[in-house]
Each structure stands twice: as C-alpha cells, then as structure tokens.
Design a protein around this ligand. Sequence first.
Ligand SMILES: [Zn+2]
Ligand SMILES: [Zn+2]
Length: 315
Amino acid sequence: MKIFLFSSIVFINCLNSVFSQNQQTDFKTKYVVILVIDGPRFSETYGDKTCRLSPILCDSLRYQGAFYEDFRNNGPTYTVPGHTAIATGQYQRISNTGSSLPKNPSLFQYYLRSTGSDKSDAFIVSSKGKLDVLANTKNKNWQNKHLASTYCGPNGNGIGYGKDENTFEKVTELISSQKPPHVMLINLLAVDVYGHAANWEKYQEAITKCDKYAARLWSMIQSNPTMKDQTTLFITNDHGRHLDGVKSGFINHGDRCEGCEHISLLILGPDTPKNLSIKKDGELIDISKTIAQLLKFDMPTSKGRFLSESFNSKP
Ligand SMILES: [Zn+2]
Ligand SMILES: [Zn+2]
C-alpha cells in the first residue's frame, strides 16, 4: 500500500511537470518579424555609449525588450551566409552572390508546412535581390516545396539592389493588408553598401536611417489592429565589419574578427520582459529555433537554441 501511494505521488508530480511545460509554451505571439540591418559595426550602434548614430534603438527601444550584449555570427560573416544562418538555423559556406540555395530547409518552409497556410503567409522582403534564395533549399525532400513569397531587389524579382525606402514601402503595404504575413524577414542594405563604398559619412547616416526604420516598423506593428500585442520583432544583423586596424576596417567584412562577428539582437514583443540586458551567449542560428518555439512548429534541422531567457514562461 505504501509503495502504491508513493508511486501515485510520483505520477502526480510527473503530470504536474508536463502540465507546467505545456503552460510554458502558451505564448501570446502569433506573428513574427525579423528585421536585418545589413552590416553595421557594433561600435557604431549599441557599442557607442553616447548612442549618437542609433539613438532610438540604443537609448530607447532597447529598454522596451530583451537586448543581447554579445550576440554573434559564428559562421561566415557575409550577407547570404548570415541570412542563411538566420533562416535555416545552420551555418554554411554558401555563395554570397545568390547563385546557390541553402542546404537546409528554412523556418519559412517549416512554418508553411506545419500550418498549411498560403505562401503569402510567409514573406521575405529584401533590398538585396540575391536574398530570394532564402525561400528554397537544395534538400531533396524540401526543394520547391512550401516556398515563402519573396519581394527581393528593386523589382521584387530577385535581381539587383533596391532602395531601402522602396523595401520599406513594400513592408508597409504587407503589414497594412487584410492579412499580414505571420512570418516576415526584412533586409535593409544601405549601411553595408555605403561601407563598401568607403563613404564614412553616408555609412553613418545609413545607420541613423535604419534606426528610424526600426522605430517606424515597431510603431506600425503596434498600431496595427491585427498585429498589435501579438507580434514579436527581432532586430538583428547578418554580420558586422572589420575593426579599425583589421584589413580595410569598416569598408569590408568577412573574417572572424571581433568587428565582423559581434552583432546585435533586440527582441520586442508581448512575451518578452522590458529592460532585459542579456549577457548569456546568443547567435544567429538561435533565431530560427526561437521562432519555431513561439509559433509552435518543429524545426529539427535548426542547430540553434530557444532563447528562453527572453520570454515569460507564462503570459
Ligand atoms: Zn557587405
Ligand atoms: Zn573582420
């Protein structure tokens, strides 16, 4: 009898723990937006204590959510590889010209497969045309299946580089539509392009412009009747740029120097506590696993971790 009682208690305890785990996955988030600001150096964004170039993100929005002090691209520090790490949850040496597809399926594909939603429910909107490779994969079981919608490049057809202004217009159109996509990735290119042009003034101006785009995006989400209080926004980068004294400095990127690897992540949303500054490790591949957990789909090929410290266990 004693043995029977003991095992009943153990059994009840097990039930409780399963129950509380289920509770933990009950998030308010129904929409996810990833904003990728292409290629600023940390030293010109949050790393500048005066927040001179990025005053809204660095001095205001940062305190509205969870900020990773030491967020990393631990793979190749180029645009297509950086975005591939975000979308697939794995680092790989993929061409940076957009001439080949990622090896692994993306979070967009997993999301569309699990929900059976129309392709317009997952959207990639990018100033850089080449990023439309993120919608597809070389993986035989997934190739040409569950493809997200894309609007990449100036004409949305995957060719060339467009203006961030036009990219942002497309984003505005999608968010204010009848059915905003539940999963969206946005790329803004100006910071990176002016860096490569060795134009220090314009590079700095572009960082400030992106600061304003990020703020507009968040306020647009929060004033949208559908997305308001149901959307988690990830503001991040694909890579940084060389530190001064490393090769050509801010003009280029692509190696493993601190300037190229140390990027940023700010998470804003209904399940994220305000004013959280996180010292724990976080890296690009974690974004996919985190989104999978929030939107309740499995993503077994992502090698990242759920960034649990940024989310309330129970709403
Ligand atoms: Zn670049
Ligand atoms: Zn570097």
